[in-house]
Design a protein around this ligand. Structure first.
Ligand code: XBP
Ligand code: MG
Length: 262
């Protein structure tokens, strides 16, 4: 079987539940600061998550609410810069912890010689703010590749950010495993031919995760195994570690009749 060489992580919703209490709050602070007459509440923000990318999300909101002031692309870019500043401040205050099992799996993967990468729609400054405040400054060196934001023109569900990460890693998709929390993320990973493990959250529970290798509540901790919604072997709960990823890949290959190279 093709050896597993790298784990590629989405950020928002996957490494940490950043959307509701991080991004949403930062958008609202930027809107207030700019004197704009709207705020995004939790349910509205859930529906806006369908559009990935902060600038794209603001543009979509204004297009669908034409009674609000029109903003030029430059004005949206400036508003989004302010939002990023607020988001970084929120992360610095330590408001959003990593999800269960994330730090454990990152540490174990590193100890076993697997490479780590990030493939996210969000702005690079936001990735740094989350990693540094939740793990420490050293965390920036844990990842061989941090593919983020506008480095590619088309955001998820387009596969571009994953192609970019794979190219930078110089690896084939079957040598990697992606981790995602959303339908758009799964579509992006699968379109790049990456196997993908999904950890759901409140905003993505109802999403269609067709094509995912496994779908779980979270990655699990020894004292808090995760509920399993689907995976290649029948399990009620799991602790997602490197051995578990190997087992799922083997099982998937056996089920799909994929030729196993000795
Ligand atoms: C994350 C996003 C981002 C963030 C906002 O998607 O959609 O737009 O909500 O980040 P994913 P920016 O988890 O699939 O990467 O405002 O920095 O764009
Ligand atoms: Mg996500």
């Amino acid at each position: 079987m093709t050896p597993l060489k790298a784990l590629i992580f989405d950020v928002d919703g996957t490494l940490a539940d950043t959307e509701r209490d991080g991004h949403r709050v930062a958008f609202n602070r930027a809107f207030s600061e700019a004197g704009l007459p709207f705020q995004w509440d939790v349910p509205l923000y859930g529906s806006l998550l369908e559009v990935t990318g902060g600038k794209e999300r603001i543009r979509h909101f204004l297009n669908t609410h034409p009674h609000y002031p029109h903003l030029t692309d430059a004005e949206i870019a400036a508003l989004h810069q302010a939002k990023t500043r607020h988001y970084v401040e929120i992360m610095a205050a330590g408001a959003v912890p990593l999800r269960p099992g994330v730090l454990r799996l990152l540490q174990e993967a590193r100890a076993q010689g697997l490479r780590l990468a990030i493939a996210t729609t969000t702005t690079p400054d936001n990735v740094e703010a989350l990693l540094v405040n939740s793990i420490g400054v050293d965390a920036m060196h844990w990842f061989d590749v941090i593919a983020a934001g506008d480095v590619v023109p088309a955001k998820k569900p387009a596969p571009d950010i994953y192609f970019h990460a794979l190219e930078a890693l110089r690896l084939d998709p079957q040598e990697c495993m992606a981790f995602e929390d959303s339908e758009n993320g799964v579509r992006a990973a699968r379109a790049a031919d990456l196997p993908v493990v999904v950890t759901v959250n409140d905003y993505t529970l109802e999403h269609d995760f067709s094509g995912a290798l496994a779908v779980l509540e979270h990655l699990g901790e020894p004292e808090r195994p995760a509920r399993v919604f689907s995976c290649p072997d029948a399990r009620a709960s799991a602790l997602v570690d490197v051995a578990c990823l190997h087992a799922w890949r083997e099982k998937r290959d056996a089920l799909s009749g994929r030729r196993v190279v000795p």
